[in-house]
Design a protein around this ligand. Structure first.
Ligand SMILES: N[C@@H](CCC(=O)N[C@@H](CS)C(=O)NCC(=O)O)C(=O)O
Length: 107
């Protein structure tokens, strides 16, 4: 991946991340001071997606992230694959690529 691709989030993303039929099944775990989260946030705005946001500055969200995803790192996209079952997608470039593909499918 080139530096340009990294900045634009134009890589292929994670092939393992399951697709979902609605943005209701997505939630972004993020923190206010994180530049990687800011990149993902800008992408969400550009794509016009309505996605639940979970600020890990709140202890309950931070605990849910570690318990579910296994790492405290943000950003992380929680993808609901079935009721109460989730796939946790880390890495801002992968999240951005996933969201672009998701937005395309919503058209
Ligand atoms: N390569 C990752 C880097 C993310 C990252 O470093 N996030 C920082 C906040 S800016 C973090 O959560 N650090 C705490 C940790 O890794 O536990 C990405 O692009 O998403």
């Amino acid at each position: 991946m080139s530096v340009f691709d990294w900045f634009s989030g134009a890589d292929k993303g994670s092939p393992d991340a399951p697709s979902v039929d609605s943005s209701d099944k997505l939630a972004l775990y993020e923190s206010a001071w994180c530049p990687f989260c800011e990149r993902v946030s800008r992408t969400i705005e550009q794509l016009g997606l309505d996605i639940q946001r979970c600020d890990t500055g709140q202890a309950a969200h931070a605990q849910a992230l570690v318990a579910g995803g296994g790492k405290r790192m943000v950003p992380c996209l929680r993808i609901e694959t079935a009721p109460d079952e989730y796939f946790w997608l880390y890495e801002s470039a992968d999240i951005m690529a996933y969201l672009r593909a998701h937005a395309e499918r919503q058209k």
